[in-house]
Write a protein that binds this ligand. Structure first.
Ligand code: DGT
Ligand code: CA
Ligand code: CA
Ligand code: ZN
Length: 576
């Protein structure tokens, strides 16, 4: 049992208790437990397996929590959880998870209107019954209806980061099977797509049955969907489908090429093969001569592409956008990699809604091999996060000056701020304060429902502001949960190019904003992209790799991304 599965169970218990109107302290205890376990740096199963260690030695884990974890790991279930699940209709859980709802609102819908399923909820919203409840309104009804449609779509696709956790887990599980000779993940996951529909696993093995038996023993398996001689599909406890295919070694490259896709990319490749009298499929590349077919390649992807005189495209580029054109011209970009990044220009500390202090963030960034960071806490408009007013931000910058003096140039901390662009337009902090910063991100957090015209004007105003250096998460979307606000993105590109401002690719796996197509468009305008983690904790700094994947899908090189530069180089670029 993984840490994240245990945390999910605790969270679900908290939801169910809250739905029943239980003591808030009990609810909070489970939520707290879930968070502790989710944030642990090692699997609890490893600690349990080590006789010389105790769970209670881990920070934040007391005896009560430790007992529950041990029970879960040993028996797979928790009595409290089972009892609660028996008391609450299962479909109510779906209702709690609709964006904008939660256990409390789900409880009043259940009590007042007897709503227990998504269909009933949808019907009640459409009949305008929900708006009559206390705490709900006409607007909530719209939000719920929208949330239901998003939730339905979201059920099918998961964030790349979530797919990655499952992919690494299942990979490790299958690798322990002795007959596995080669193993690779294909599909949208390998292409680094921001969301993944299902995982495609390819294995070379002389004994397909043994590999499939091993998959059937996977600890996170919920059901076997289908099983054949060399193919098998399962669903995990979290609902993610995994397709396994076992292929012979001489077909591994061909299968990897085929199942990596995308479908559109493969259509083009097949067409090119046909022009050369070749046939290409998941088993290999064949020379077609009348009725006879001769196998000429298939063991490796390089071999497969070489029969078409093509380079082995990085998977992130295989979307049938411009990769074939680039290859024909010999201009395939050398894509950026995570090692190229030298600085991270968006992160929060305990001064606002971050969970680590300034010093802790600096130490963690140094440990990760960065040479500079910008501290960009929220400005005062974000009152929920205790955003900084002029006085507090100036005090923080003084603290940063002191810290830099101590660091003697071995590492540089930039005085930054994530300054809100106000609903009425204009910046949330005075110009003379912003002018003292090294790095100013401007963000739209409020008034996202405004018209396209209003939002575009606000962002253009920020771009024109002399102190602003970059626009953070420029479209505001949250994948699967909230659509981008209406904005004239072309106007944003023109303005950023004209005023020499940067645009952010926010690396948070739920944001990935700008997304790949927009990054490519920004590049064509000559706008430097900055890839930032927007970390709210030490672990948040590790999100950089998700942003890098998205940047690679956009065809960005090291040179297109400003924070691959040293701070002196970047400073020059800002001044230009
Ligand atoms: P997903 O799972 O929806 O995130 O996206 P993919 O791209 O992983 O799609 P999936 O899992 O249905 O299939 C994996 C790859 O296999 C796909 O990218 C291309 C290849 N493939 C699957 N079905 C077909 C097909 O009917 N024709 C062609 N040419 N390729 C296919
Ligand atoms: Ca797939
Ligand atoms: Ca699939
Ligand atoms: Zn932020």
């Amino acid at each position: 049992m993984t840490n994240s599965r245990i945390a999910d169970i605790f969270d679900e218990i908290a939801d169910l208790l809250e739905f029943q109107g239980s003591n808030p302290f009990r609810v909070r205890a489970y939520r707290h437990g879930a968070r502790i376990i989710r944030d642990l740096h090692e699997p609890v199963t490893a600690v349990l397996a080590d006789e010389s260690r105790k769970l209670t030695d881990l920070e934040g884990i007391g005896k009560d929590l430790a007992d529950k974890i041990r029970t879960l790991v040993e028996t797979g279930v928790l009595a409290q959880h089972q009892e609660l699940l028996a008391q609450v209709p299962a479909t109510v859980l779906d209702i709690m998870r609709v964006p904008g709802l939660g256990p409390k609102k789900a409880a009043s819908l259940y009590k007042e209107l007897n709503i227990a399923t998504l269909d009933q909820l949808k019907a009640a919203c459409e009949a305008e019954q929900v708006r009559q409840l206390k705490g709900f309104g006409a607007k909530t009804e719209q939000t719920i209806l929208h949330g239901i449609s998003i939730a339905a779509a979201a059920n099918e696709r998961v964030y790349w980061s979530e797919a990655d956790a499952v992919a690494q887990d299942v990979k490790e599980h299958l690798r322990s099977c002795r007959s596995v000779e080669q193993l690779e993940l294909a599909g949208s996951f390998r292409r680094g797509k921001e969301t993944v529909g299902d995982l495609d696993v390819l294995v070379v093995s002389p004994d397909a049955a043994e590999v499939m038996n091993r998959l059937a023993e996977y600890s996170e398996l919920a059901e076997v969907i289908a099983r054949g001689d060399t193919k098998m599909s399962i669903r995990t406890n979290k609902g993610l489908q995994i397709d396994l295919r076992v292929v012979p070694a001489e077909s591994f490259g061909a299968a990897l090429q085929y199942f990596t896709g995308s479908k559109d990319h493969n259509v083009v490749a097949r067409g090119l093969a046909k022009q050369r009298g070749l046939k290409i499929n998941e088993y290999g590349v064949y020379r077609v001569d009348g009725d006879s077919e001769e196998y000429i390649a298939g063991a490796s992807e390089e071999d497969v592409y070489a029969t078409l005189d093509l380079p082995c495209f990085p998977p992130e580029l295989r979307e049938s956008r411009r990769e074939f054109e680039w290859a024909a011209a010999g201009e395939l970009p050398e894509l950026i990699s995570v090692d190229d990044i030298r600085g991270d220009l968006h992160m929060h500390t305990t001064a606002t809604d971050g969970r680590a202090t300034l010093e802790e963030m600096v130490a963690a960034a140094r440990q990760r091999g960065l040479s500079y960071i910008a501290i960009t806490d929220h400005s005062k408009r974000v009152s929920m996060a205790r955003g900084l007013d002029a006085q507090r931000v100036l005090a923080q910058w003084e603290e940063i000056d002191t810290l830099n003096a101590r660091l003697k140039g071995k590492f540089i901390v930039l005085k930054g701020i994530e300054c809100d662009i106000l609903e009425a337009g204009g910046m949330d902090l005075p110009d003379d304060v912003l002018a003292q910063a090294d790095w100013v991100l401007a963000s739209v957090h409020y008034g996202q429902q405004q018209s396209r015209d209003q939002i575009t004007k606000r962002i253009l105003g920020a771009i024109e502001h002399p102190a602003v250096t970059a626009i953070a998460h420029p479209t505001g979307r949250i994948i699967n949960r909230r659509e981008a606000y209406e904005v004239d993105i072309a106007a944003v590109f023109s303005a950023a190019a004209k005023h020499g401002k940067f645009l952010e690719l926010n690396a948070n796996p739920a944001r990935l904003d700008l997304h790949d197509v927009h990054c490519a468009a920004a590049k064509s305008h000559g706008i430097p992209i900055v890839i930032n983690t927007d970390a709210h904790s030490i672990d948040g700094l590790d999100c950089m790799r998700y942003g890098i994947l998205q940047a690679r899908r956009a065809g960005l090189t090291k040179n297109d991304v400003a924070n691959t530069r040293t701070w002196p180089q970047l400073k020059k670029l800002i001044a230009q």
